[in-house]
Design a protein around this ligand. Structure first.
Ligand SMILES: [Mg+2]
Length: 212
């Protein structure tokens, strides 16, 4: 497919702009379990079950905790995203590829603003983005809910038919495709792609190289 018409490049953060290996993400997942356990006075095993259940039903565990228990999100977000970034290494190919893209660049994450800034600055790419849209900006109603994409597009006055969205979670590309965006799935080869995925790569920096 041709990308000549694309002037807005939208990137998910986790496992899209960088690959967090299991050890890295287990820090966040473990922090969420600890927080739920403390907040609801549950055994960690029960907390983990609830965490997964809310993730499936509400898109993020946080959204479930807010909807069902009326939890205040700020303290939760600070707590769960407090992780050791030492194992994540900046990739000069990613910086060069993002910098060379013709048009505006956006980060659109279901994580918090603080998380986007921590990781983005650690990877040295934060300043390349024209806009950062995080869970606070969608009123805690995350992708793949249509309202999240609508808020994002309105905020930055983006024409979806001139936008590309890159994501590692296939389901998060369904609404963007329906809205007219080009879609790029970050995933290993193999298996049939969903109809709403236009392109696929497991190496985003390599994919971006064509623009440099
Ligand atoms: Mg992701």
């Amino acid at each position: 497919m041709t990308l000549a018409h694309i002037n807005s490049w939208i990137f998910d953060l986790d496992n899209t702009l960088y690959k967090g290996d299991d050890i890295f993400f287990s820090q966040i997942i473990g922090n969420i379990t600890k927080y739920i356990s403390r907040y609801l006075a549950l055994h960690p095993t029960e907390a983990r079950i609830l965490q997964k259940q809310y993730l499936e039903e509400y898109g993020t565990s946080l959204s479930g905790l807010m909807a069902v228990h009326g939890m205040d999100p700020a303290d939760f977000l600070d707590y769960v995203h407090d992780v050791d970034l030492e194992m994540l290494k900046p990739d000069p190919r990613l910086y060069a590829g993002l910098e060379a893209l013709p048009g505006k660049k956006y980060m659109f994450t279901n994580g918090s603003r603080g998380h986007a800034r921590n990781i983005g600055e650690h990877l040295g790419i934060y300043k390349l983005f024209d806009g950062i849209f995080a869970i606070e900006d969608v009123d805690y109603i995350p992708k793949p809910k249509r309202s999240a994409y609508e808020k994002f597009l309105t905020e930055y006055d983006i024409d979806p038919t001139c936008a590309l969205m890159a994501e590692d979670t296939p389901h998060n590309l369904e609404v963007p495709k329906d809205m007219g965006m080009a879609t790029l799935l970050i995933a290993p080869d193999g298996g049939e792609l969903p109809h709403y995925v236009d392109m696929q790569t497991f190496d985003l920096p390599a994919w971006l190289q064509v623009f440099t």
